[in-house]
Unconditional design. Structure first.
Length: 561
C-alpha cells in the first residue's frame, strides 16, 4: 500500500466502494442530440426568492425546449439553516408558476415529497457515502489531505471557509490563514493522521491545489461570455468534519453523476468557478456549461438600480402571491427580462402560451433580474384583460379566500353581479386594462359591492342643488330596460334642458355660456353610483348593479345632499 492508500483507508474505513461502482449506478442519460439537462438546486431555507424562480424558469425552459430533463435537487448540507416544510413549500410555489421538475425531489399527488428518477437520491443529506467515496479516491491519488483539529479550531476554520465559499472571494482575510494551514498540513503522514485519530480529533478534508494563483485562466460563461479568472491556489475544504461536503465538492460530484449539462446559478458563484473546474479535472469529470445570472436589482425612486435586499418588496415570492399577481404575468415578466425580444414576440403572438416563445441563451441579457412593479403591472394588466369575466371572478375569489376573507364573502354573496361587473369593457379589440393584480382588482371593484360602497370622491366643488336637480330629473326618466343609446339620449336631454352643453367643442369654445357640460352631469351620476370620478361605462355599471341597487344609491345620495 502506498502512503496515500494508507491515508485513504485511515480516513475512510467505512467506504468500501470505488468511484467506478458509484458511476455504474449513474449511467449516461440517453437523450436526443442537443437535449439539455438542467437542475434547480435550492437550499431549503424557507424563503423563495424571485432570483431563484428566475433561475428555475431558465432551467425549465432550457430543458423542456430541448427535449431534455429538468430536475430538482435539495441542497440540505447545512442542517442549521434548514427549515422544516421548506422543500414542500418551495415545490408548491414552483408549481404555481408552472415550473415542474421531471425528476428529483418532487411532490406526489398528496403533496408529500417524493424522489422521482434514477439519478437520486436527490437530497444531498442522503448522499454522504457517495461524496466520501470520491473523497477517498482523491486521497488515494494524493489530491486531498486531512487537517485535524480540536473542536474549537474547527469552528474557526469553518467560519473562514464559509465566508470564502459563498460570497465574492474574500482573499484578504482568509488567504493568510489558508496558506498557513496548507503549509503545515500538506505533508501530513499516515502515522501522524493515525495519532490524531487515536487522540479523538476530527478532520476536514482539503483539496491539494496544484494551481498557481499568480496565473489567470480562461473560463466561458454562456451569459457573460469569455472571462479570465485567477487560477485556484487555495486548498479549499471538500468535506467538513462531519463528513458532509461543502458546496464545491457536492456540486462537482452531483452535477457529474446526475448528468447536468447546464448549470444555471447566481453570479456569486462565479469567483469559485476555478475551484470547480479544478475539482472536475481532479475527479476526471467533464465540466458542465455554466450560466451565471446577475443578482436581482430594484429601481430606486431616482431611477438608479440597487441590489434587492431580502426585506424589499418583491424579493420573496410570497409578496407576489399576497398582491395577487397571476402566475402567468410573473412568468411573462421574467421572460421579458430574460430575452429582450420577448415583448416583440408577444405582440406578434398575442394568444400563444408563453411556453411557445423560443427562449434563447444567446439573447439573454447579462444585466439580470430587475424587480420593477410598474413593468410587471403593465404586463399583468394585459394578461388579465384577456381573461373572461368568469375567470377573473374565480381567480379573484381564490385570492380573496387566501388573503381577504371579508371580500371573498362579498364576492360570494352575488356572483352574477360580480361577473357582470367584470364583463364591462371585456372582450373586443381594446379591452379595458384596469388592474394588474387581484389586490388592485379589489380596489377597482369594491365600490360596486354594497358592503364596501362609500363616496370616495365627493362632489365638493359643485352646488348641491345643481346635483340634486340632475339626479331628480334622471330618476324621473330612469328605465332599467333602456339600451345604451336610449340611456345616453336621456342624459343628454337632461343636460341640455338644464343648460349644460352637450357638444364638447362648443363648450370648449365658450364655457361661460353654459352651466357646465354633459361631463358634469355624468360626474354627478357617476359619483352617486360609484363614489368615484372614474369608472367603466356608466350605463353598463347601472346594468350590472341592477335596478334595486341603482335606485338605492341614487336615492341615498340625494338624501345626503
Ligand atoms: N444551493 C446553491 C444555492 O442555493 C445552489 C447553487 C447552484 O445552483 O449550484 O446557491
Amino acid at each position: 500500500m502506498t502512503q496515500n492508500e494508507q491515508m485513504a483507508e485511515l480516513l475512510f474505513p467505512q467506504i468500501h466502494e470505488l468511484p467506478s461502482d458509484v458511476e455504474a449506478r449513474y449511467p449516461a442519460r440517453t437523450l436526443p442530440e442537443g437535449a439539455k439537462v438542467t437542475r434547480f438546486a435550492p437550499s431549503p431555507t424557507g424563503f423563495v426568492h424571485i432570483g431563484g424562480v428566475y433561475q428555475a424558469l431558465i432551467d425549465e425552459r432550457l430543458a423542456h425546449q430541448s427535449g431534455g430533463v429538468f430536475y430538482l435537487r435539495i441542497e440540505d448540507t447545512d442542517a442549521r439553516r434548514e427549515v422544516s416544510g421548506a422543500a414542500e413549500a418551495l415545490l408548491r410555489t414552483l408549481d404555481v408558476y408552472g415550473i415542474r421538475p421531471d425528476e428529483g425531489v418532487t411532490l406526489d399527488a398528496d403533496g408529500n415529497l417524493a424522489d422521482r428518477g434514477k439519478y437520486g437520491p436527490y437530497r444531498q443529506s442522503e448522499r454522504a457515502e457517495i461524496y466520501q467515496t470520491f473523497a477517498k479516491q482523491l486521497v488515494r491519488e494524493g489530491k486531498a489531505y486531512p487537517v485535524f483539529s480540536s473542536p474549537e479550531e474547527l469552528e474557526q476554520a469553518l467560519a473562514a471557509d464559509k465566508k470564502n465559499e459563498n460570497k465574492t472571494k474574500d482573499w484578504a482575510s482568509t488567504a493568510e490563514e489558508t496558506r498557513r494551514t496548507m503549509l503545515e498540513n500538506r505533508t501530513i503522514t499516515p502515522e501522524q493522521a493515525k495519532q490524531a485519530l487515536d487522540a479523538g480529533k476530527s478532520f476536514v478534508l482539503r483539496i491539494l491545489s496544484d494551481g498557481d494563483g499568480e496565473k489567470k485562466q480562461k473560463v466561458t460563461d454562456l451569459i457573460k461570455g469569455d472571462l479570465e479568472l485567477p487560477v485556484n491556489d487555495e486548498d479549499f475544504i471538500l468535506l467538513k468534519s462531519d463528513g458532509i461536503p461543502t458546496y464545491h465538492f457536492a456540486h462537482a460530484v452531483d452535477d457529474h453523476l446526475m448528468g447536468t449539462t447546464h448549470v444555471v446559478r447566481g453570479e456569486e458563484w462565479l469567483p469559485s468557478l476555478p475551484k470547480h473546474l479544478q475539482l472536475f479535472r481532479y475527479l476526471g469529470f467533464r465540466p458542465p456549461k455554466y450560466l451565471h445570472t446577475a443578482q436581482v436589482l430594484r429601481r430606486e425612486e431616482n431611477g438608479a438600480k440597487k441590489k434587492l435586499s431580502k426585506r424589499d418588496l418583491g424579493a420573496g415570492m410570497a409578496d407576489y402571491a399576497a398582491l395577487g399577481y397571476p402566475s402567468e404575468s410573473v412568468c411573462e415578466y421574467l421572460l421579458t427580462l430574460l430575452n429582450s425580444n420577448y415583448e416583440e414576440w408577444r405582440s406578434a403572438n398575442p394568444d400563444a402560451p408563453y411556453t411557445d416563445f423560443p427562449f434563447s441563451i444567446k439573447k439573454m441579457s447579462g444585466s439580470g433580474c430587475l424587480v420593477d412593479f410598474d413593468k410587471l403591472n403593465d404586463i399583468s394588466c394585459g394578461v388579465i384583460a384577456k381573461m373572461t369575466a368568469e375567470e377573473v371572478y374565480e381567480r379573484l375569489l381564490a385570492w380573496a379566500d387566501a388573503y381577504d376573507a371579508p371580500f371573498a364573502e362579498a364576492l360570494r354573496a352575488d356572483p352574477s353581479r360580480a361577473v357582470a361587473l367584470f364583463a364591462i369593457g371585456r372582450g373586443g379589440k381594446k379591452p379595458r386594462k384596469d388592474f394588474g393584480c387581484w389586490k388592485q382588482a379589489k380596489e377597482f371593484v369594491k365600490c360596486f359591492f354594497p358592503a364596501y360602497f362609500t363616496i370616495e370622491e365627493p362632489l365638493t366643488e359643485y352646488d348641491p342643488s345643481d346635483v340634486k336637480e340632475v339626479l331628480e330629473r334622471f330618476l324621473a326618466v330612469y328605465d332599467p330596460a333602456d339600451d345604451a343609446d336610449v340611456w345616453f339620449e336621456k342624459v343628454k336631454q337632461i343636460a341640455s334642458s338644464l343648460g349644460y352643453c352637450t357638444d364638447r367643442k362648443a363648450y370648449k369654445a365658450d364655457p361661460g355660456a353654459y352651466r357646465g357640460s354633459v361631463a358634469d352631469v355624468s360626474a354627478f351620476l357617476r359619483v352617486a353610483l360609484t363614489g368615484r370620478r372614474n369608472s367603466p361605462d356608466l350605463h353598463a355599471v347601472m346594468r350590472a348593479l341592477g335596478q334595486e341597487e341603482t335606485l338605492r344609491r341614487l336615492n341615498g345620495f340625494l338624501a345626503q345632499l
